[in-house]
Structures are given as C-alpha cells and as structure tokens.
Write a protein that binds this ligand. Structure first.
Ligand code: SF4
Length: 169
C-alpha cells in the first residue's frame, strides 16, 4: 500500500498539459470563422449534437468547445437543444440499432437547408465498433453526410477547422 501511495505521488499525471489560453492558431482560425458566420449566417450558426452511440470520448471534446478556453460561442457558433433550431447536426459515434430511428427523426426535424457533420472515426465508418452486431456503421448509413471530421476523438482545434471547411471559409 505504501509503495502504491509513493508511486502515485512520484508519477507524472496521465492527463495532457493544459492548452495555452488565447493560442494564436486558435484565435486566427476562430476569427476567420466568425467573419464568415457574420457575413453569411447573420452572426449565428446553430449546432445540434447527436450522440448516435459513441463512447462519449467525442462528447468530451464537444464540451471543451464551450469551456472558458475555447468559448466557441463568442465566434458565433452555438449549441442548441432542439433540432428545430439547428443549422448543423453534429453526429458522433457509430449508429447503433437503438439510435437509428432517433437519428433519422432528428434529421427529419431539422429545417432545410441543413448540414450533417459526422464527427470522429466511428461516425465515419463505425470505427472500433464496426464489427458489432449492434451497430449499423457510419452515419451515412442512415442520413446524408456533408462533412467527415476524422480523429478518435477529433480535438477542439480539428473541429474548428472542420467547421471552417463546412462554411467554406
Ligand atoms: S471516434 Fe473515438 S472517441 Fe469518438 S466515439 Fe469513436 S471511439 Fe469514441
């Protein structure tokens, strides 16, 4: 027990270092995104996140976009609770059998014009869950996808680059 306690104190934490606040790359990308959203979408692009069966790793990165470090809302991107208020569906995970209908209904409830973004390796082709009998595979098996964002999970910066590509900035 004492050995374990000593190891715990002596070892470095497994967590990654905290990203730098106001990282110049992040600010440059986010400003570009804001300019495009201001010019084309009247200053606001609404995103509805849909978990179609993910391990929640992707959701942690989505949550990070709203923390004080990234604070994506200041650049005009905001997450909404209802697909009826959304411009973009951000779908994570492989589509499980149990979530197929929910995803389809969420897509149907989103007013046109709308974009679907498949976030992460699982949303692309099922990823590590592709062989599971409970999974249908990627998001495209159920609804049309406009953009794939790779990664397992994609980092907040990768997500911002993906949104830039989506809006054509
Ligand atoms: S891409 Fe990775 S983090 Fe995202 S749901 Fe799949 S396994 Fe989890």
């Amino acid at each position: 027990m004492r050995k374990l306690l000593f190891q715990t104190v002596a070892k470095k934490p497994l967590t990654e270092p905290t990203p730098v606040a106001d990282d110049p790359e992040l600010l440059a990308l986010a400003q570009k995104l804001k300019q495009k959203i201001d010019a084309t979408f009247a200053g606001s692009l609404a995103i509805r996140a849909v978990d179609a069966g993910s391990c929640n790793g992707c959701e942690l990165e989505i949550h990070a976009l709203n923390n004080p470090l990234y604070d994506l809302e200041r650049f005009g991107l905001k997450f909404v609770a209802s697909p009826r208020h959304a411009d973009v569906l951000l779908v994570t995970g492989p589509v499980t059998q149990n979530m197929r209908e929910a995803l389809q209904r969420t897509y149907d409830a989103t007013p046109a014009p709308k974009w679907v973004v498949a976030m992460g390796a699982c949303a692309g082709d099922g990823g590590v869950f592709a062989e599971s009998p409970d999974c249908l595979g990627g998001v495209e098996k159920v609804v049309p996808v406009d953009l794939f964002i790779p990664g397992c999970p994609p980092t907040p910066l990768t997500l911002i680059k993906g949104f830039l590509a989506l809006v054509g900035a």
